[in-house]
Design a protein around this ligand. Sequence first.
Ligand code: FE2
Length: 389
Amino acid sequence: MHSTVLSVFENHLPRRLRFGRGASGELAVEICRLGRSRPLIVTDAGVKAAGLLEQVSGSLTRAGMQFSVFDRTEPEPPFACVTAAVESARNTGRELDVVVALGGGSVIDTAKLVAATLLDGREAHLLAGIGKVERRALPLVCIPTTSGTGSEATPVAIFTDPLTGLKVGVVDPCLVPDMVILDPALTDRLPPLPTAAAGMDALVHAMEAFIARSATPLARGLALEAARWIGPALPVVCRDGGDKSARDAMMLGANLAGMAFANSSCCAVHALALPLGGRFHIVHGVATGCLAAETMRHNLPVCLEDVGNFADALGWRDIDPHGFPDKLASLAGAIGLRASLRATRVPDSALAELAREAVANRRLMDPNPRPINEAEATEIYRRTLQADA
Ligand SMILES: [Fe+2]
């Protein structure tokens, strides 16, 4: 029985989704279904080195489809990365009619703005903020190669200002892709740390989407279903990357979590994590995974019932809601995220500035179930960074 009063809301989802081992081999068929035939593949050096570009583009070649490739997407991309991709695509002299993202969050975010600006020449950095993109002339197909970011399901693209280290969000419903191909086989050889970081980030996406003040009913349902897949699979896939059913579950769970926060919001864990990524280059999922425990300790008094339901969905039935933050902390330790965080020294003197930046991110702080001021944010950073120092 629901007692919450409903307010006005919207939901946005990718138009079509195809899941299955080997599904990326059907890319040419999917492009034809969109009525297109000249793809630009946006990817990065890591995806290429892992042989995934060859694997996926091979299916296009076999179908007799010509394509162009931009493989220089940078991690934590600056807007200049979009400009470089657009210039490189124009230099091919080909009339490209669909953009395909093959990679993790950085690649997918870059491809979103390439699809929005390739034909009309708008400058990507002018689209920062909420609702400024307005149109995307080219269809967008996303094929994630990690299980975590959920970017293939969201209207959000995150870029970094290389001068200040500040993270900038571009948010617009027209960035939600037309087509998503989820092929878990593409993640089978992902090394342990990216597997753990992306997987924990997906768990945090589902958790924040569930507790956010802006959660829509659809998002809450998606978040619980995401938790049911991620909860059992995450420790397994971190222990044994060769476990195919755990890989499958993580790819599905991460996508469900992406659709959840696309129709709700991420909250304080992400507001606190972004400055750590921008200024200290801490891997996004390491930052969110490690910050989750202390942030939830702060949130707990106002969302005990939600935390209980979410823990249940994860399969964490051995704890009561008060034990939830400790369980998050021990999971982050067990899967190697805390060790990775320790490798970067974040001086105490930096915490106040990090906290200022995090609290100023109203897009992510306003939906958090309990307000966080700069002193509280500083304390969350301090406890997280010193947890086992
Ligand atoms: Fe995230």
